[in-house]
Design a protein around this ligand. Structure first.
Ligand SMILES: [Zn+2]
Length: 111
């Protein structure tokens, strides 16, 4: 039942899980310096890292359908560009399956 597009969204949600762990274990929360997070793009083999401050990370994570990725890593089938920043971009999952899978796996969703 898992088609390749769903698999790609799941690549992104697992990157998000890693970043949640990074953010949670980061004692420098609140500092102005960016911390390295993993790129949350749909490429399961992507090894890119992006630097976000804790505040920037929280801004992305406030929405269950938004992901932080390296520049030019968006997948037009799944992502809508929200904002291009210095060194990373914020994308939003397209409505339908991508948004549904992203929301269902949102680690911050109130269950
Ligand atoms: Zn990437």
């Amino acid at each position: 039942m898992t088609d390749w597009r769903e698999q790609e969204v799941m690549n992104e949600t697992s990157a998000r899980d890693i970043n949640e762990w990074i953010d949670g274990s980061n004692e420098s929360a609140g500092s102005e310096a960016g911390s390295p997070f993993v790129c949350e793009c749909s490429d399961g083999a992507c090894k890119a890292t992006i630097a976000l401050t804790h505040l920037e990370y929280e801004e992305v994570r406030a929405h269950g359908t938004q992901f932080a990725i390296a520049l030019n890593h968006e997948s037009p089938d799944l992502d809508m560009m929200i904002s291009e920043r210095i060194g990373f971009a914020i994308v939003q999952k397209l409505p339908g399956m991508p948004a549904r899978v992203a929301t269902a796996a949102d680690p911050r969703r109130v269950r």
